[in-house]
Design a protein around this ligand. Structure first.
Ligand code: TYC
Length: 118
């Protein structure tokens, strides 16, 4: 009967290279610094039908804006045609766009949301 309390042996590592006897110390060059990720603005577009309250709710729910900031952003979009809700990495921005569009569709509003490189 095998003793199942004994953990399995760790996977074998390849043997290290034999010492070349020259006494040299090899220091590997540090890899280049990683660039910061490209960032993307999530943009809401104005339309004539989506209620202002719905846009404020979207900015609070999906972009973590407080009610005062959400109202300011909504009014800016209403007056200027578009406005930036937030700036995120590509995946996060894309998920936010999809979430906003799904919420608008569910509620029957034509609200449009896009992303663009910041
Ligand atoms: N213009 C809309 C209205 O008067 C309000 C609105 C604001 C709609 C921002 C969309 O992204 C938007 N009800």
């Amino acid at each position: 009967m095998p003793d199942d309390t004994v953990p399995p042996a760790p996977p074998k590592r390849p043997a290290t290279k034999p010492d070349d006897g020259q006494g040299a110390v090899v220091v590997e060059r540090q890899s280049a610094r990683v660039e910061p990720p490209r960032m993307y603005q999530v943009v809401l577009l104005n339309d004539d039908y989506t209620p202002m309250e719905f846009v404020v709710m979207v900015l609070q729910e999906f972009f973590q804006r407080d009610i005062e900031t959400a109202t300011q952003i909504m009014l800016k979009i209403h007056h200027e045609g578009r406005g930036v809700c937030g700036v995120y990495t590509k995946d996060v921005a894309s998920t936010k766009v999809e979430s906003v569009l799904a919420a608008a569709k569910r509620s029957g509003h034509p609200l449009q949301c896009t992303m663009e490189a910041a």
